[in-house]
Design a protein around this ligand. Sequence first.
Ligand code: HEC
Length: 248
Amino acid sequence: MKKLLLIVAVLLTSNVFANSGGAHLEPAQTNIRSKASLQNGAKYFMNYCSGCHSLQYQRYNRMAKDLGLTKDEVKENLIFTDSKFPEHMTNTMDNAQVQEREWFHKAFPKDLTLIAKARGVDWLYNYLKGFYKDSSRPIGWNNTIFKGASMPNALWELQGIQEAKFEEHEDEHGIVTHTFKGFKKVTEGSMSEEEFDETVRDIVNFLDYTAEPARLIRMGMAPWVLFFLVIFTMLAYLLKKNYFKDVH
Ligand code: HEC
């Protein structure tokens, strides 16, 4: 028994360390049950991200159903291409053209349907908040979480423009490292810091949803499964009592 407990403890702690990945990430604190947050996230994603990134494994009509939106609401506010309601959420930017013209210096915007599974919600939240002005980069932006990223800060009008402060350390071998010491706002955005955090949280929440749309259904079913298990346990207990009443 002791051995078993030890194994469980080791497994749990190793999992915690594996998830942290060494970086200090601010928790995204998303709530996939909040329809309002998912709807807002979809709105900002379609307006600020879908020009470059597709969600090719997700369909408009499925999103409408899961997020409680009508066909007309989606068609009027969220479809910016000539896509039809039942079609996949692909975008108009052609990756071959992007590469040929080297718009983003050899990088290209990937499909983001599953990105929340690959990177995790905390990483995405910190990435979208981590853009800063860096004149040494070809497009003028850099990112604290994804060094040398080729994506411009798509949300700069909302967030404003920030610079990053780094502290320089040199060890005894002359190797210089830079430690991130916080941001300094140089231009105000149209949103307050709290509003911006909330908007980014909603976008990340929406991406968490697209990575596994069935999770909404799965979580809705959970109370019923538990209810069934309780009733079934009671029935099984009564049955057992009945069968064993003559066994002494
Ligand atoms: C102007 C085009 C453009 C827009 C708009 C844009 N991106 Fe990007 N994005 C890129 C490019 C290019 C990359 C590739 C960066 C690289 O590999 O260095 C990228 C990379 C990313 C990545 C990292 C993917 C990885 O490699 O793991 C994420 C996440 C991301 N974008 C999310 C978003 C979100 C969310 C929005 C909307 C708020 C957005 N992007 C808007 C061009 C764009």
